[in-house]
Design a protein around this ligand. Structure first.
Ligand code: ADP
Ligand code: MG
Length: 218
């Protein structure tokens, strides 16, 4: 079968099975339905386009955060669909995902790819658009033991932002290790998964939350 990208919702559901916390979400196909879903989830919410042809949703005007009422939710739905169609008139629009808005946190990236020589490789590093330029990432070839994941986390230059820098409170390193361990197991146990990323994973003083998920299967 040809390579295809799972939706963010499918990604969240799969990752949840491996212990990755995600926002609560609903998939909607109309503006009124979007407002209903938002009120069930609880404001503020985030809405994003669902289209197999749109990989970088923000580039397509396909992400709106901080939606705080029913009228805004309806407007956001229509706006997202219109922007996506303008960005790529040929894109299939499967709907919009309405999700809980996660609080701000340290933005990290977890990823996986299949290397022709080494096989499955997982990566971990700093997320956020600016830090992506600095490529502060580390990687391991699967299979990987939890003790090796502990070492991996400490390898990035920005590790002090996790362990507590200049009086900042430390973040939940144990949750992070459990999440990376879960994600590595996810990659090992699903041979049809070629590539994935969670960008970003938000890490808190207690717990974490994945606010995007992209999985490519073959
Ligand atoms: P893209 O496909 O462009 O990577 P994302 O799903 O990562 O789209 O959303 C873009 C940005 O919006 C994220 O990097 C994050 O900062 C913010 N965001 C997305 N979803 C949420 C959410 N549920 N709660 C809070 N912020 C979010
Ligand atoms: Mg993203």
């Amino acid at each position: 079968m040809a390579k295809r990208m799972l939706s963010e919702a499918e990604g969240y559901e799969l990752f949840q099975k491996y212990g990755v916390p995600t926002p609560a979400f609903q998939i909607v196909t109309g503006a009124d339905e979007a407002a209903e879903a938002a009120s069930e989830i609880g404001y503020p919410v985030v809405m994003k386009i669902i289209s197999p042809q749109i990989v970088h949703k923000s580039d397509a005007g396909g992400v709106i955060v901080g939606i705080s009422g029913a009228e805004e939710a309806k407007k956001a739905f229509n706006g997202i669909v219109a922007s996506a169609k303008e960005y790529n008139p040929d894109a299939d629009i499967h709907g919009v995902i309405v999700e809980e808005m996660a609080k701000p946190g340290l933005e990290l990236i977890l990823g996986g790819k299949t290397d022709p020589a080494f096989g499955k490789v997982i990566t971990f590093g700093m997320g956020g658009t600016l830090v992506e330029l600095m490529k502060d990432v580390t990687l391991r070839i699967l299979p990987v033991h939890e003790s090796e994941i502990r070492t991996m986390v400490k390898e990035i230059n920005a590790y002090p932002l996790i362990s507590g820098y200049r009086g900042m409170k430390p973040r939940d390193e144990e949750s992070l290790i459990a999440i990376i361990t879960g994600v590595a197991r996810f990659f090992e146990e699903n041979p049809n998964v070629m590539e994935f990323d969670i960008n970003p994973l938000r890490l808190y003083e207690s717990g974490a939350c994945a606010v995007d998920a992209r999985i490519i299967v073959d």
